[in-house]
Design a protein around this ligand. Structure first.
Ligand code: RAM
Length: 510
């Protein structure tokens, strides 16, 4: 389990002007009615309308694709007058396999409240039962726990009103004939679409909130597909509108009952606000937003620079939930944290150039040079020809990748490093599609376009072959039950940070 870092002091400074701008950009969601396409279990049971179920009967409905929305069940009874409450069990699943596991066995470290199941009593039939919660699912299992000896349940219809800020009909097909790449692209777009709600959510099943690291990648995929600039703008204003303590941008935000930042600072996520703003500005040339948010971006760099030791490195906070980089209990994040600071400074220089902020440009250029030198001095192991991290001098994939993205070495040397990393395959591997995104980015940075395509096919294509309708939060082809939370039951199978193949592929096939 990752150590949860709870701040002792937490003082939020809301910027009402920014929050008002964000509020005005709140999207009107598209709503689409979807009905089950198939009945997967309950073969003996008649279909709609008038599907009759007795005590202990159950059906599994397949809605044909991953849905995010609100479910209504049109229920009635048959037989004698209803002489007892109908007692129902409903379970929603993003993948069919989930229904083969027992949610009561869940013993992970995050709340089982996220498991999508309900026990419901219906006192009076007929009833159009509109469930108040929003679910993320393709499959719905309905079990009759009890009716009575004198009446049975009749299900006349089940519908889901699917919601999203965008409509996938707006997107042109990918310009390649390769069927696997086209499939990967469409699954990625479905993932993105289902995560685009009032804000860019990380996962519509869990955590259903706005995380900064996820937003940056979703926004990149969105620029190549839906081009919904307002939703990105809204999210950037929300982050910048609720800094805490010395001006830190929170790692994630809650939107209900009213916008609040989480009391979590992630060093890397806060810094990545800088590249998210640069991407947004380069895409839209939206001067007003840029002028508003530039100081918040620079503030994140200043805060990060304050963490530097006299030796110009970031202290090791591995083991705390402080610099995310990737899930994985054993990952040492010290070297990557310095690399992410250097990477963000490079984006900071771009922003400062747009702002014609000469003082900043000079300061950041100097820092960039000093920190690149420091990264090599402290973390490059000449004998192994790899970057190491932490006191235990750990060699991980993530450290090499972030050092490449930080451009600590010239391109040719980085190229050698990525090939060496692939060849040696360090034991501390990549766990999530979030880190995989950065691996693909590092391959592209070092001129390995063909290999990048192959890796997209192998990794995201692996999920497709394993039946993904939307891409998963965690995917380890060697351990498909991998979970950072102690149980794969709680994993999200439509997860924002996994949607980026569409970003890469649409750039390749422009
Ligand atoms: C998880 C979420 C989210 C991610 C954080 C760090 O809780 O899945 O996507 O950004 O971790």
């Amino acid at each position: 389990m990752a150590g949860v870092c709870i701040l002792d002091e937490f003082e939020v400074h809301k910027n009402d002007e920014f929050l008002e701008k964000a509020e005005k950009l709140k999207p009107v969601l598209h709503r689409t009615e979807v009905r089950p396409q198939k009945i997967l279990k309950g073969g003996e049971i008649s279909g709609f309308p008038e599907m009759v179920l007795k005590k202990d009967d159950s059906v599994i409905l397949d809605f044909g694709d991953h849905q995010v929305g609100y479910v209504t069940l049109d229920l009635a009874s048959t037989g004698s007058h209803q002489d007892a409450p109908l007692y129902l069990y409903l379970r929603f699943a993003e993948r069919r396999e989930e229904l083969d596991s027992d949610p009561d066995e869940y013993d992970g470290w995050i709340s089982k409240g996220w498991l999508q199941q309900e026990y419901i009593h219906v006192d009076v039939l007929p009833e159009k039962l509109a469930l108040p919660r929003r679910y993320a699912f393709r499959y719905l299992e309905i079990k009759v726990i009890d009716v009575s000896l004198k009446f049975s349940l009749v299900i006349n219809d089940v519908t889901v009103t699917a919601v999203s800020a965008v409509n996938s009909g707006e997107i042109k097909p990918l310009k390649t004939e390769d069927p696997l790449l086209r499939k990967i692209d469409s699954v990625a777009i479905r993932t993105l679409q289902n995560c685009m709600q009032d804000v860019f959510e990380d996962g519509p099943k869990r955590d259903r909130r706005l995380w900064l690291g996820d937003l940056r990648l979703q926004a990149r995929a969105n620029y190549q597909t839906f081009k919904n600039y307002d939703l990105v703008k809204r999210c950037l204003y929300l982050f910048a509108g609720m800094p805490f303590n010395e001006g830190k941008i929170s790692a994630c935000l809650f939107l209900e009952p009213e916008p609040e930042p989480d009391d979590t600072y992630l060093f890397d996520y806060a810094l990545l606000f800088v590249s998210a703003l640069a991407d947004y500005y380069e895409e839209t040339k939206d001067e007003e937003t840029f002028a508003d948010l530039y100081p918040s971006a620079m503030k994140q760099i200043d805060i990060a620079l304050d963490y530097l030791t006299d030796d110009n490195i970031i202290p090791d906070h591995s083991g705390e939930f402080w610099c995310f980089v990737d899930w994985g209990d054993d990952l040492n994040t010290q070297a990557a944290s310095l690399a992410i600071l250097i990477y963000s400074i490079r984006y900071g220089i771009r922003l400062a150039e747009y702002a014609e902020d000469q003082e900043r440009i000079t300061m950041l250029r100097e820092k960039e040079e000093v920190l690149k030198k420091s990264a090599v001095e402290h973390f490059w192991d000449e004998e192994q020809e790899m970057f190491v991290s932490g006191e235990g001098r750990q060699v991980s994939w993530a450290t090499q990748i972030w050092m490449i993205l930080a451009r600590v070495f010239p391109r040719e040397k980085s190229h050698e490093l990525i090939l060496r990393t692939i060849d040696r395959n360090p034991e501390v591997r990549i766990l999530t599609p979030y880190m995989y995104h950065h691996y693909i980015d590092a391959l592209l940075r070092t001129g390995e376009k063909e290999r990048a395509l192959e890796e997209i096919k192998r990794y995201w294509g692996g999920m497709v072959q394993d039946g993904a309708d939307t891409f998963w939060e965690v995917y380890n082809p060697d351990n498909k039950n991998e979970s950072p939370y102690g149980s794969a039951l709680i994993n999200s199978y439509c997860h924002a940070w996994s949607c980026t193949p569409t970003y890469f592929l649409r750039k390749f096939y422009e």
